[in-house]
Ligand binder design. Structure first.
Ligand SMILES: [Zn+2]
Length: 228
């Protein structure tokens, strides 16, 4: 018995009435490390929380739960021993002796761990998660100065469509005006000035859409477009 809690109140694991003990199934696509990590977490919780009177029952409950999820009995026993070993060693022992490195998880991780296992512990990160991608997108939506805009031509029915990350009225119009002063022919509206003699109607510049991710903003081609 590993438990070292002094005599006092009794502790066991509380489960809500709605609890279904539904965790990662053995046949799920998660890595072996992740699955073992989940199981060992339950054993460790039992060892840390339960009073001796309840420990045996709780350990059995964890075993049964994961047996239902198709984990092998021998594997569960192995993980349980591992948890007991962790609880029995003096605190901080592991961190003094073992170095850790952090790498992204891949199929090679387990082979690598087998190679360096005794001297080096490998911790893995799971890489990009769906949540990260969604958060990234929403943060881009919060950039009001990321805009697509239009400026009509003063001499014909064409329109200049542009995009900017710095805001149309805050920066972009000023940049266009200075391009005009410099006669910078990399701007298509300057080419239009040269070929047709038309100037853009700056006063009618308007934002078509704002708060766009750079990828969305650059979907169209900036330049002089005709109305169809
Ligand atoms: Zn024109």
């Amino acid at each position: 018995m590993i438990h070292r809690r002094p005599n006092g109140p009794l502790f066991s694991i509380y489960r809500k009435p709605t609890n279904k003990d539904d965790f990662i199934h053995y046949f799920s696509a998660h890595s072996k490390r992740t699955k073992e990590g989940v199981v060992i977490g339950f054993f460790l919780r039992a060892l840390r929380v339960c009073s001796p009177e309840f420990l045996e029952e709780e350990m059995q409950h964890v075993c049964n739960t994961f047996k239902h999820l198709h984990y092998h009995r021998s594997k569960l026993t192995h993980v349980q021993r591992k948890a007991e070993k962790i609880m029995s060693r003096p605190r901080g022992e592991d961190t003094h002796k073992t170095q850790r490195i952090m790498i992204s998880h891949s199929k090679l991780t387990e082979h690598l761990e087998a190679l360096v296992g005794l001297t080096l512990k490998i911790a893995t990160s799971s890489g990009k998660k769906i949540g990260d991608i969604i958060r990234e997108k929403s943060s881009n939506h919060n950039k009001p100065l990321s805009q697509v805009y239009s400026i009509p031509c003063g001499g014909c029915d064409k329109v200049y469509i542009g995009e900017t990350a710095q805001g149309l009225h805050k920066q972009r119009i000023g940049q266009h005006r200075s391009a005009l002063q410099r006669h910078d022919t990399r701007s298509t509206f300057i080419v239009h000035v040269d070929s047709d003699g038309h100037l853009l109607k700056w006063s009618q510049a308007s934002i078509i859409k704002q708060g766009l991710a750079p990828r969305q903003r650059k979907i169209g081609r900036s330049g002089i477009h005709s109305y169809n």
